[in-house]
Every structure is written in C-alpha cells, then in structure tokens.
Design a protein around this ligand. Sequence first.
Ligand SMILES: [Fe+2]
Length: 503
Amino acid sequence: MSDQQSTVLELVSRLNGRVLISSDISDEDMVGKDLESLTAQILNFFGDAQSINILNKETLLKLSSNIDEKAPKQIEIRRSSAFASLAKDVDANFNARSVEVEKTGAMVSDFASYFNDRFKKLRQFIEEGRSSTLLGMINNIESLKQYTQGREVAIVGMVYDKIITKNGHVLITLEDETGNAKVLFLKSQYSVKGESLFDLASRIVPDEVIAVRGKLSSPFVMASSIVFPDIAVHSRKKSEEDVATALISDAHVGSKMFMENHFSKFLEWLNGGVNYRKDLARKIKYVVVGGDLVDGIGIYPNQDKELNITDIYKQYSVFFDFMSNIPDYIEVFILTGNHDAVQRAEPQPILSKDLIGDFVQRNVHYISNPGYLTLHGTKILSYHGTSLDSVIQGIPGCTYSKPEVAMLEILRRRHLSPIYGNNPIIPSKKDALVIDEIPDVLHMGHVHKNGYSDYHGTLIINSGTWQSRTGYQLKLGHIPTPAVVPVYEHKTADMSVVDFNNV
Ligand SMILES: [Fe+2]
C-alpha cells in the first residue's frame, strides 16, 4: 500500500461514515493537504444533514482551496477610478480613548483595591438607576442585624458564591464592605418585567454586583426582586453626515484557514472595485478591527500544524500588507485580542512598535482592548470578547451560536468580564473593564460568529471572523460565520450586513 493510498483511507476514517468519498477522487487530489483542516472543511460544508452525503472531486478541490498551505501572497486590489466616495469629502470626526492599562504586582492588596473599585462603580450605577424597587431603601449588610424578622429590606453586594439547594432554590452570598448576607430565591411566581425572578437568579454569576429586595427571614433574606447595574433605555445619536463604519475582527493572518481571497474582496470593496453594495462602500469613513489580527504562535496545542506563517513578526507584516490597501481617507482603529502578541491579561495594551514594524500610515490608530470610540457623536465600545467564553459557560441560555445573548448579559452587568478568574484580568487599582460609558454600539468578536441585537437602545454587534472552520472549532462544535461585515450608518443610526461569501 502506498503512502498516498493511506492518506485517502485516513480521510475516510476521519469522516467516520458521516460523509462518503466518491470514486472520482484520486490520491493525488489530496497530496500536501492537511487532513485535520480538510476534515473540518468537509464536515462544515455538509453540516448536520441527516441524508447520505457524498463528497465528489469538484467539491473536494473547492474545499481544499479554502485551506492555504502557503503564506498569503501580496494581493492586488482593483481600484475603480469611477468610484465616487462620499466619505472622502467628509472631514473625520473622531475621538479614541484607550483605557488605563496598569501593571501591578498582583499582591493581595492589589486584588482588594481592584474588587473595591469594581464594587463601588457598579453600586453607583445601581443607585443612579433609581429603580422604584429600591427607592430610598438601600441598607448596608451589617445594618440588617438591627431589624426585626419580616422587615422589607434592600441590599447591594458582590456575589461571593451561588449554590442550588437540594430543594432546587437558588442561594447566594452577597458581600459589601460591612459583611455578608445569604439571599434565597425560591422557585416561586415572582416576575420582573416578564422574566421570572428564579430565572434571573439562576443566571447570577460570581463577582457580579446586584441589588436585592426581600424580607428578612433569619438566616436569609427571602428575595422578591433583583436589580442589575444595567444601562438606561436611550436612543442612539444620529449624525448629520452620511458616513458609515465597517466593524471587523478576527482576521487570524498566519492561519491556513485565513480567507485571504475574501479579505481581499473586502479591501477591494472599500476601494470601489466590487460591484456590490457600492451605496454603502461610498459611505465608509471608519474601519474598526476588534483584535485577533493574526493567529499568533502557541495559543493552543498543536497550533503549528494549522499555521502557514510560523514567525510572529511575519504574521503581522502580512496583516499590515493587507491594511495598507485601505484608502487613506478611511480612519482605521486597531485593537488587540487573545491571539495577539501582547500581554494576555486584560485590559490589553495597544500593539507594540516592534510588531507594527515599518508600517506607517497616518490614518491607522491603535487602541487598547477594550477601547472607546466616538465617531461623529456615536459612542462605540469595542472589546475583543475573550470573556464571552466564561459568560457562555456560566450563564444558562447563552450559546456560541448566539453571541448577542451573552453580550446582552454583559451590558446588563455593566462589566465586560463579570466572572473573575476564567480569563486573566490585571488586578489594577481601577477596574477598566467596567462599562463606564453607555455605548450606542457594543462591538465584539472572538467567537467567530456574527450576531446582532438591540438592548435598551444599544446596538449589539458581533463581527465574526475571516477564518474558516478550524479543527479545534470542529471538536467544540462551533460553526463560524466568516467574511460577513456589519456596517453601521451614522446618519440613520442603524446597521446593514455585507456578505463577502458570494461576491
Ligand atoms: Fe479569534
């Protein structure tokens, strides 16, 4: 048996009967292809269909062309001389704010001051929310001791722990500076704005700050309502100028699954070279890149097998080759993510000079992760979204297929990484992951799945990826939505979606 024959058999074995291989596929069709990536592409293509799937040669060649074993080439972008950009004639109007990225020694005192700052800020949001449920009622926890049984009280605290009792009730411990209290949420009929109190309580996570109202019933407070820091209902500001912002993330340059042709199409589109949604292309004045610019090195086990550029500096230099094709009247804001070669703990600093290399372009700006932008009056909070992993794991109802649900839970908690410890956070004196300005647009990436929603007036946008499905995602059952670009129009305060999969 030759090596090539064993490659076909190996693919058959990996597909495990889920997809059959047609006889027109020869061993030569698979020479040099990475089997793990190819298996992921095939299974992704056929999806979860129950019928018998047969892979023919044409489909195999099409799918294997998505996996690029060679480093992306310098691409040629077509520019249309007839392209009449509207944004080109509009003056840029932006403010970019990086959060403070402090380095501390991670001493006990650092953690104490970090949590203290988080608690104070989030408690203030609850107090400013002036919920009628709490009005004039908030007590500190120590003061509960002076009240008689049955008294109605309200407290604000940070969640120390949460358990489900043997009778199925939710029991949490809330802490403030003065003490702690046990709060019980019964499986009862209480309803808060259409959501059952018990359902809300089962979504409580450690380290978040909430207010609870209830009756003293030693040793518990029997909860009757819950109030989150939350964001007020508001309307998005509309700009006079008819300009738009394209939100992207997770390019993963350096990965064999980076979709260079699709990414090139997007860049060509910005230059007026693609005859598709030119009405929107004309308005693009800003591009926000929400981290994971490159795939990085050593981010997960055996990643090297999925890389076609194994030098981190080369990955960035190819990424910037792509960026250099963005017209110079478009302002570009670049954040980092968990795959980028900066400190992993959040908040993450801007990209360092050695990674940017000799790429110099006046219209490209680097901001921290998270970072705040104001573009023609529209406030955009951009955060890579690393905490989505812990939020999706920790809150019932959140899934990787609908990142917008997890993003809503984040807004409600006014904290970008509410569960401490699952993804690293710097214990700095000030908690820069508190959402201190209510954004018109909350932009994230990380999960490689587009998702959109409107919560209290804030537009929630997850901008997906430019990387096709990886072997790692296949194992986890994640199905990405690559090459789909959400575009925010500032004049209408609304968004459209531009899909580069079939242009
Ligand atoms: Fe990513």
